[in-house]
Design a protein around this ligand. Structure first.
Ligand SMILES: CC(C)(COP(=O)(O)OP(=O)(O)OC[C@H]1O[C@@H](n2cnc3c(N)ncnc32)[C@H](O)[C@@H]1OP(=O)(O)O)[C@@H](O)C(=O)NCCC(=O)NCCS
Length: 182
């Protein structure tokens, strides 16, 4: 399995910090917004303690069986220190990684996801990850468009993957290989 170094990443406007439970209160202000979960089969955390518990659980960095490495970054504006969002990467034994991302609604459409996820993709590939995938609800136009802008390519569409929030979801799989990296 690739051993990705789990340090902070910097971009022109953003600081990506390895997730720390101490940041739960600031991140709750971002993560509590129901708009972030429209196309995700989860509800927003109910309080700061719920965020803190989740942060504690994932900040161990590895699944209990040791077969997955978990990388999570909280995302901050470099100028003001304002919390911007959360990026996740799960790396499997075979060198394949899966990513997910959330940006605070008031910061949408400023290319923060594009800028930050470019840095994540680059860090994963430079640490031995062989391919990166994302599985996205087919109705999630912003996320699918982001994939395309990052150089990911469409792989397949899976029908009726999960029933949540009153409807069945179809899921699109998007993938990027090191050679496609922007
Ligand atoms: C998906 C998400 C992270 C995008 O964040 P963002 O910072 O607003 O995205 P960016 O500004 O970096 O946009 C990059 C590209 O994504 C696409 N995009 C982003 N939002 C879009 C929208 N509302 N409609 C269409 N395309 C969109 C565009 O191609 C854009 O490039 P452009 O600016 O050159 O047009 C954000 O909408 C979000 O947090 N959604 C809720 C959480 C979620 O669904 N996460 C994905 C789970 S798989």
């Amino acid at each position: 399995m690739p051993n990705v170094s789990f340090g902070p990443l910097e971009t022109e406007r953003l600081l990506l910090n390895p997730l720390q439970p101490e940041h739960a209160a600031q991140m709750w202000e971002v993560l509590r917004d129901p708009a972030l979960y429209t196309w995700i089969p989860r509800e927003p955390p109910g309080n700061v303690a719920a965020v803190e518990n989740r942060f504690k659980a994932v900040s161990v960095g590895r699944s209990a069986d040791g077969r997955e490495q978990w990388l999570n970054w909280t995302v901050w504006l470099r100028t003001t220190g304002a919390p911007v969002g959360l990026f996740e990467a799960t790396i499997h034994e075979d060198g394949k990684a899966y990513v997910a991302y959330m940006i605070r609604q008031s910061f949408w459409r400023r290319r923060y996801a594009l800028e930050g996820m470019k840095a994540v993709v680059s860090a994963l590939f430079s640490n031995g990850v062989k391919e990166i995938e994302a599985e996205i609800d087919s109705r999630n136009v912003p996320s699918i468009s982001l994939m395309s802008r990052l150089g990911f390519v469409f792989v397949e569409r899976k029908s009726k993957v999960e029933f949540f929030k009153g409807a069945w979801s179809d899921e699109e799989v998007w993938r990027i290989l090191p050679s496609r990296q922007l």
